[in-house]
Design a protein around this ligand. Structure first.
Ligand SMILES: Nc1ncnc2c1ncn2[C@@H]1O[C@H](COP(=O)(O)OP(=O)(O)OP(=O)(O)O)[C@@H](O)[C@H]1O
Length: 257
């Protein structure tokens, strides 16, 4: 089980401050939903965690150790809304997953044939884990549906054995019928593998389903955070109330409580 801690993260695009002094803890093996209006800074914060945003100041810690000081592969993986952005269009999806594998037996000294067989078995294992027939590993991303591509993007992220997964609107480009399947899969894998997850979404119903805690952003700042039930049923900040009032079922739940 792993945890993610952000301390004083500030991100600027030129003179514009997109994220300001954000502190956030995603406790061991739990899921925090990051919500907020369009342009509030959610994606920028997610990208800052993996070093893809121009972070001005702040620290990212995984299991109490600063990520920038760790050696080797990053313990944090990011999956985007656009699965095309996560996968190289020229590579087979099997090769994309293989590239992300975090290594392991057999060692460098093993014969090439043995190493290749072990790698292929690992790739098949990750594709199966996300419900993709390993035979599809020989295809390129354009030969898959959006839902299948997003599953492969997830397999690729998990193949790196992340301690932390940042999921940025990963189902919003999918049909509603496929969204449910991908969310169920994500919830099952998160529980089984025990990684901490920052789940960025504008869909509060999905956040209620998946997240232990919710953090609300507005204008680059965190304005409210707490256990999901408390935040969604008894919101304290006007921004949170506004977000909830846009979702009829959640608004009714709040009125009833
Ligand atoms: N590369 C960039 N250069 C300049 N400004 C940017 C860049 N990326 C984002 N911004 C600005 O930073 C602010 C936060 O954007 P961000 O994408 O993080 O918001 P968001 O909460 O994820 O929004 P959405 O829900 O619409 O995706 C916005 O005002 C946006 O225009």
């Amino acid at each position: 089980m792993s945890s993610l801690e952000l301390r004083g993260i500030t991100v600027r695009y030129g003179r514009f401050t997109a994220v300001e002094n954000v502190d956030l803890l995603v406790p061991e093996g739990t899921v925090t939903g990051l919500v907020g209006g369009s342009g509030s800074g959610k994606s920028t914060l997610g990208r800052a965690v993996v070093g893809l945003a121009p972070t001005q100041s702040g620290r990212v810690l995984v299991d109490g150790t600063e990520v920038a000081r760790r050696r080797g592969r990053s313990p944090v993986q990011l999956v985007f809304q656009n699965s095309y952005a996560s996968l190289d269009p020229r590579m087979t999806v099997g090769a994309s997953v293989a590239e992300a594998l975090s290594g392991g037996a057999p060692g460098r000294r093993a014969p090439a044939r043995e190493r290749r067989a072990a790698r292929d078995a690992e790739v098949a294992r990750y594709l199966e884990l996300v419900g993709i027939d390993p035979a599809r590993g020989a295809r390129t991303p354009d030969a898959l549906s959006g839902g299948q591509r997003q599953r492969v993007a997830l397999a690729r992220a998990l193949a790196a054995r992340p301690a932390v997964l940042i999921a940025d609107e990963i189902t919003s480009a999918l049909d509603v019928s496929v969204q449910g399947a991908v969310l169920n899969l994500l919830r099952r894998l998160q529980r089984e593998l025990g990684f901490a997850m920052l789940f960025i979404s504008h869909n509060l119903a999905v956040v209620r389903y998946l997240c232990d805690q919710v953090a609300v952003m507005d204008g680059g700042q965190l304005v409210e955070r707490g256990p999901t039930g408390r935040v969604l049923e008894h919101p304290e900040h006007p921004v949170t109330r506004d977000l909830i009032s846009c979702v009829p079922d959640l608004a009714l739940a709040e009125e009833a409580s």
